[in-house]
Design a protein around this ligand. Structure first.
Ligand SMILES: Cc1ncc(COP(=O)(O)O)c(C=O)c1O
Length: 421
């Protein structure tokens, strides 16, 4: 079998669409406009999606923010990739890996809406954004702006860079219920000086689900000569958008959160003209300075994970990015609306549709987040996570596409009981 046949055979295995995704696409293709319009609230449709997951009956999983449970179909693809890479041995790495990687990378770039020259597949958001923070050409006295609600790993990297290069890091705190986009944009603007080089901003804050007005922040910052790096760990494939439309300079995301890809894959986007100034975390072979591949050398990788990104994209697109976002927003609103006026409840997430998606943070006043999470699990068999950030205290509730409204009714009932009703 020559290389071309081998590649074709492997590519077919890698890229084929199993009946689950095909059936899903077929089901949606057959629907008329009116039915499609109502799919967000059609429990029967989402029960069909749920049937494609193997879920632990021991608890109701409302903690889908850490990483996603793969639908069985994607899991089977993943296991097939593991077997095939193992079967082929180093022949795979030496002869087939590069071409397959390019196919997957191009498909991911299409989903992100950018050129393949501006996107690499990484292991996660931490690797993506820390590559930029550590590799930025900092000079003593340069300033960077971030928020107390940013993710710890990025703040840790900024602390390290601050000590190493004597830069200045400035912090803002974001309100849980902003009055307008301008209020947020102004918070960043007020910290900008002539020395400011870079702003770190979350697209969707992990601890309370707050979606920030990224485009407006980027436009403002660029007007003042400042670059913006966006943490999209939770936004990519939870929200339906294209990265270039945000007008940011750098964007990092984890694909094992909302795209439905296996653990250990992410992406880094860098605007073409910004690439050449970034130092790699791990040095690569000699490449043109503006090649983003310079930033992507991490040694031998679990390539089966990267291959499965392709299957995850098929599944994501079969459901439909906008349909998925609509359903996730509906699920969050479904439970929040039932409880938000309760005097003993505090919702730490904006209520407006454009300012949040699947995730919301709730506090039963008088309880600590840990007490809440423990009671939810032990008494009501609901799995959530306690958040004890200075500005956000409560339980993070994160439904997934397989979550039913019946499960959210259980949550509402549990919260009411915890309020003493
Ligand atoms: C906002 C945010 N940024 C970055 C990360 C880091 O993601 P990873 O561990 O996949 O690198 C997370 C993880 O939960 C996150 O929520």
């Amino acid at each position: 079998m020559d290389k071309r046949d081998f590649l074709k055979k492997f590519s077919l295995l890698s890229m084929s669409v199993l009946p689950g995704t095909a059936a899903l696409s077929h089901l949606i293709d057959e629907m008329d406009e009116a039915t499609l319009d109502q799919l967000t609230t059609d429990e029967d449709f989402w029960l069909k999606i749920r049937a494609g997951f193997r879920l632990n009956p021991a608890y109701t999983n409302l903690e889908n923010g850490y990483y996603c449970i793969l639908p069985e179909e994607t899991l089977e693809h993943y296991l097939a990739h593991v077997r095939e890479v193992n079967f082929l041995g180093s022949y795979y790495m030496r002869k087939l890996m590069a071409d397959n990687h390019t196919i997957v990378r191009q498909k991911l770039a299409n989903l992100a809406g950018c050129s393949m020259d501006e996107l690499i597949i990484t292991r996660n958001t931490t690797e993506s954004l820390d590559t930029i923070i550590s590799g930025y050409p900092w000079k003593k006295g340069d300033e960077a702006i971030m928020s107390h609600q940013d993710y710890g790993a990025m703040l840790d990297m900024f602390r390290s860079v601050k000590e190493r290069h004597q830069i200045v890091t400035k912090f803002i705190s974001l309100p849980n219920h902003p009055k307008s986009d301008e209020e947020i944009v102004d918070l960043y603007r007020q910290q900008i000086t002539k020395k400011t080089k870079l702003i770190l901003v979350c697209h969707l804050i992990n601890i309370n689900g707050h979606v920030l007005p990224i485009r407006k922040i980027c436009d403002m910052a660029h007007g003042l000569g400042v670059e913006v790096m966006v943490d999209g760990a939770h936004a990519f494939a939870q929200l339906d958008f294209k990265i270039p439309d945000l007008n940011c300079d750098y964007y990092g995301a984890s694909l094992h959160k909302w795209l439905g890809a296996p653990l250990g894959c992410g992406l880094l986007y860098a605007r073409k003209e910004k690439i050449s100034k970034i130092w790699p975390l791990l040095a690569a072979e000699v490449l043109p300075l503006d090649s983003i591949d310079r930033l992507n050398h991490t040694g031998t990788k679990p390539v089966h994970v990267d291959l499965c990104i392709s299957n995850a994209i098929d599944y994501h697109l079969a459901i439909g990015a906008q349909r998925k976002e609509n359903r996730l927003k509906f699920l969050k609103k479904y439970w929040v609306d039932q409880i938000k006026d309760n005097k003993k409840i505090q919702i730490n997430t904006p209520f407006e549709e454009e300012r949040s998606s699947a995730i919301a943070n709730v506090l039963v006043i008088g309880m600590t987040p840990q007490e809440m999470a423990t009671r939810l699990l032990e008494e009501f068999k609901i799995w959530s996570v306690a958040i004890n950030n200075e500005a956000v205290k409560g339980c993070r509730i994160t439904p997934s596409i397989y979550t039913t409204t019946a499960e959210l009714d259980l949550l509402v009932d549990a919260l009411r009981k915890m309020c003493g009703e």
